[in-house]
Design a protein around this ligand. Sequence first.
Ligand code: PGA
Length: 242
Amino acid sequence: MKYLIANWKMNHTVAQGIEYLKEYQSLQPKISKTKVLIAPSYTSFFPLSQIIQKETIPVSLCAQNICEFKRGAYTGEVSAEMIQEIGCKYVLLGHSERRHLFHESNESINKKYQMALDYSLIPIICFGETLPVYQTKKTVSYITEQLLFLKGEKPPIFAYEPVWSIGSGLIPRIDEIETIVDFMKQNFPASSLLYGGSVNPETIQSIAKIEGLDGFLVGGASLQAVTFIKLLSSFENPGNDR
Ligand code: PGA
């Protein structure tokens, strides 16, 4: 399955999210082989899911995180059960901002992975190396450590996101991404393997041609519906720079 995922992070209020979806729908993106997911803030889930249903917009919602615990005294957290109840099927886990700004450990990400599977959510597990790791060419051992913690029965969707590439405008060389794609195929099978980090209408062209890559997780360039649709168009028709 091919995916294009808009990770809105902590952007877009409910009103802005509704505007975005209306604009997205009015631009009539042509989608034949890509599953489009939008990951808004929790507060937007209910109103956006209503618009998606009412207007039959071909996108699915994705949570940006869930709690590693089932329920109880965990102030400020949102459970897998709550996400499932509102009809959301996907969840991002282990995004680098969760790992680095909110100190999520590999153990905690594995617990979230189990929790997602218990509630039939499809986990999209993010991993990737920091800049010093990249510079010292230790990417493979670093990501192996991140991924060895994961003990799920079903292969998740994985998203390779080099930390130094997120929001920086920098991307790895194509052959470096290819090396990670090959490494993943041989060692950590995924239901789909995505790339994320400074994907925009220019950078997507070359990365989309990498064999074995099934899509993209996009932050900054997903915040405007018109730009996100450009990405979708490039992904569906590589070589077409609309
Ligand atoms: P970016 O973010 O596209 O802004 O680099 C990607 C991500 O954090 O998932």
